[in-house]
Design a protein around this ligand. Structure first.
Ligand code: SAH
Length: 225
C-alpha cells in the first residue's frame, strides 16, 4: 500500500524532529510488539511534530501522549499503532474515527490509503486539524458533531475507531459497521480502561475481545465551539 500524502519541507523536520529521531520511535514500537510494516511505515512518514504545538515539537517522537489544548491529548504512538493494526486486520476501505483531536490518527489512516471520515465535538480542535490535513494534501472527511451518533449518512463503515473512552460500547456506532467490519474502542472509566475490538460477522452477530489496557480522555456528550 502506498503512502498518500504531500510532504513539504517543514514536514521533513530537523534536529529533534529529523528522520533519524522518527526511525528511533519506529524501532521502539517494533520492540514493543508492533509488527505490521504498513503501520510502522505510516508512523515513519507522517510528521507527528506538525500535530502538536510548536513548543512540544521536540517531544513529538517520544512514545507518549501529549496535550493538544482544551484538556485533550494526542494519543501515544504505540496506541495509535496498535489500533491501526487492529483495524487493518479486516482490510478496510472506509473508516470512521470518533475524536479527531489533533488529526494525527486520521492522518495515519489517510496515509495508508483509506477513505477516512472523522468526527470531533470541539470546533476549535477540528479547525486546526483540518488545516493540517490540507497542508499535508490529505483528503479526510470531517464533521463537527457529537460522535455518539456516528455518521449514519456516510455509513456503513468497514472499520470504526473511537479515540475517547466510554463506559460501554456505543450501540449507534456498532450499528454503522458493515458485515465483516471491526470497531476498536477504549471501554471503561477514568482510572481503568480496556481497548476492545468488536467484530461484526457476515450474519450480523457481534463478538468481542480485549486487546490491551489503555488510558484515554472521556467520550463526552454534546458539541462546543
Ligand atoms: N485521535 C486523536 C485523539 C484525540 S483525544 C488524535 O489523534 O489526536 C480524544 C478526542 O475525542 C478529543 O479531541 C475530544 O474532544 C474528542 N471527543 C470526546 N468526546 C467526543 C464525542 N462525543 N464526539 C466527538 N469527539 C469527541
Amino acid at each position: 500500500m502506498s503512502l498518500r500524502m504531500r510532504l513539504q519541507p517543514e514536514a521533513l523536520g530537523t534536529g529533534m524532529t529529523s528522520q533519524r529521531v522518527r526511525d528511533r520511535l519506529v524501532e521502539r514500537l517494533r520492540e514493543e510488539g508492533i509488527r505490521d510494516e504498513r503501520v510502522l511505515n505510516a508512523i515513519r512518514m507522517v510528521p507527528r511534530h506538525l500535530f502538536v504545538d510548536e513548543a512540544l515539537a521536540t517531544r513529538a517522537y517520544e512514545d507518549t501522549a501529549l496535550p493538544i489544548g482544551h484538556g485533550q491529548t494526542i494519543s501515544q504512538p504505540w496506541v495509535v499503532a496498535r489500533m491501526t493494526e487492529a483495524v487493518l486486520s479486516v482490510a478496510p476501505k472506509k473508516v470512521l474515527e470518533i475524536g479527531t483531536g489533533s488529526g494525527y490518527q486520521a492522518a495515519i489512516l489517510a496515509a495508508l490509503g483509506l477513505e477516512v471520515h472523522t468526527v470531533e465535538r470541539i470546533g476549535e480542535l477540528l479547525r486546526v486539524a483540518r488545516k493540517r490535513f490540507r497542508s499535508l494534501g490529505m483528503n479526510v472527511r470531517s464533521k463537527h458533531d457529537d460522535g455518539h451518533i456516528g455518521w449514519p449518512e456516510n455509513g456503513p463503515f468497514d472499520a470504526i475507531m473511537v479515540t475517547a473512552a466510554a463506559p460501554a460500547l456505543v450501540d449507534a456506532l456498532s450499528a454503522q459497521l458493515a458485515p465483516g467490519g471491526t470497531l476498536v474502542a477504549p471501554v471503561g472509566g477514568a482510572s481503568s480502561q480496556s481497548l476492545v475490538m468488536l467484530h461484526k460477522q457476515s450474519d450480523g452477530s457481534l463478538s468481542q475481545q480485549a486487546l490491551a489496557p489503555v488510558v484515554f480522555v472521556p467520550l463526552l456528550s454534546g458539541m462546543i465551539d
